[in-house]
Design a binder for this molecule. Structure first.
Ligand code: SF4
Length: 450
């Protein structure tokens, strides 16, 4: 339904009323059409009009919530195909696959990896977010596996992957309180699966043979009044899986078709036959286009470091630079004799510089002033990374109490600040560092050798 101000105006022909806070119905309806205001803000809308317009103004792709508490994740809710159009909304999540066909040693190793890989990078926690527990035919072992993962203390949301409704009925109560994804609605079992999940409004994973069959199955499930879905694009080959995933998103967002307006689940462990390197390569691809929940065979550091980095890059606002915390950062266990190095708060610059300081193995205190999240020269040109800003941070962060060393290194690209800093910080010896980060280790070694 084409939605214009006129549509709403015709549906609610009230005049001289401004209960919505807008000067006219037309102004209000234009905002509603742009998705900036909810239709419910007009108290005079008839129920019939409200129903029609709520459907027409609903987000083009649903946001599906899975998990609970600290392990609650939102999938989907995207509005554009490309990151350069608008920031993506909900980052994809990573799951580790378990199955009742695995032996104890394999399960234990995966659990340990989930526990090991848990770190914070630029304010974001990097960890395995889901356990995808697959049913491979041994019911008792499957139920025991769910209990074992629960008892292990790993902090994850759950995806139960099982198309056998009878087994799912026994498995679901074990993790129902954790708001899991229930995966396994197909053309044969979808009515029973919907019955199973609808009372608790759990997310239901849907699979079919091919895109047309999936489209038809989603329509059938929607006719049952259930719209809390996650779609498996399927595909017997990597090529087909990728094509299907892209097609689903295009049909949804370009074609404005809400039947495919749900997040996706991609079983990369199966597509790659658990080939670690292929998993990493494909995960980067499906992070960009358009996997919402990516199931891997494992998550160790060699997978985590590239995958979480690219995800952070893709799912952050390009208009808002990533920054690190202001103030003092100790590198290589500095003490009261360690020198001080100052750089900007732009995350990329910080990690380049801190990486080189780490490589030098010289203990250093890094002090980060507010440089607006820009690189050294940009923030200097913008009047943010100034002598006054650096001197203020040095005085207020308390670095003078942490070290007796009064050597302050500043980036070589802002050597021009040396004179101003010598005036503002008379107790400090201002040293011009290198213009490129890679020369920092040599400089630090020479400095500390004196
Ligand atoms: Fe029009 Fe409704 Fe706003 Fe009143 S509250 S001006 S009827 S849109």
């Amino acid at each position: 339904m084409a939605l214009t101000g006129l549509n709403i105006f015709k549906l609610t022909p009230k005049k001289n009323c401004k209960d919505c806070g807008f000067p006219t119905c037309l102004a209000f309806s234009m905002k509603v059409a742009a998705g900036a205001v909810e239709i419910g803000k007009c108290p005079h809308m008839s129920d019939e009009a409200m129903e029609k317009l709520a459907e027409a103004t609903a987000p083009i792709m649903k946001t599906i919530t899975i998990g609970k508490g600290d392990n609650e994740y939102k999938l989907g809710g995207e509005t554009v195909l490309f990151r350069h159009e608008k920031t993506f909304v909900n980052r994809n999540r990573f799951a580790v696959a378990f199955s009742d066909s695995m032996d104890d040693a394999e399960v234990d190793a995966k659990i340990q990896h989930i526990k090991d890989v848990d770190y914070v990078r630029i304010g974001e926690q990097m960890k395995t977010e889901f356990a995808a527990i697959k049913y491979a035919g041994n019911k008792d072992k499957y139920l025991a596996l769910i209990n074992k993962i629960k008892a292990s203390g790993v902090k994850v949301a759950y995806a139960l992957v099982c198309e056998d409704v009878a087994v799912m009925k026994e498995a679901l109560p074990l993790v129902k309180d954790e708001n899991p994804l229930v995966y396994g609605a197909n053309k044969d079992n979808f009515k029973e699966m919907v019955e199973l999940v609808k009372g608790d409004k759990l997310a239901l994973g849907v699979k079919a043979d091919g895109l047309e069959a999936l489209y038809g199955l989603v329509e059938e499930i929607q006719k049952l009044g259930y719209k809390n879905l996650v779609l498996d694009p399927g595909g017997k080959s990597i090529k087909e899986a990728f094509e299907n995933t892209v097609q689903i998103r295009r049909i949804n967002i370009e074609g404005q078709d809400r039947t495919f307006g749900y997040p996706s689940i991609i079983f990369l462990d199966e597509l790659t036959k658990a080939d670690k390197f292929m998993e990493v390569a494909l995960s980067t691809l499906f992070t960009l286009k358009y996997g919402s929940l990516l199931v891997l065979s494992d998550m160790d550091y060699s997978r985590a470091l590239p995958l979480y980095s690219i995800r952070q890059n893709v799912f952050t606002d390009p208009q808002k630079p990533m920054t690190v915390d202001l103030g003092i950062h100790g590198i290589n266990n500095p003490d009261e004799n360690s020198p001080v190095l100052c750089t900007v708060d732009f995350a990329l610059t910080y990690f380049l510089v801190s990486g080189e300081v780490e490589r030098s193995k010289v203990p250093v205190w890094m002090v980060i002033p507010d440089a607006g999240g820009y690189s050294v020269l940009t923030s200097w040109a913008a009047g943010k990374f100034t002598g006054a800003a650096i001197a203020d941070e040095i005085k207020k962060c308390g670095i003078a109490e942490k070290t007796k060393n009064r050597t302050l290194l500043i980036p070589g690209k802002v050597a021009v600040l040396k004179g101003e800093l010598e005036e503002l910080l008379p107790d400090w010896n201002i040293v011009i560092s290198s213009t490129e980060a890679m020369f920092i280790p040599k400089l630090l070694k020479e400095l500390t050798a004196k």
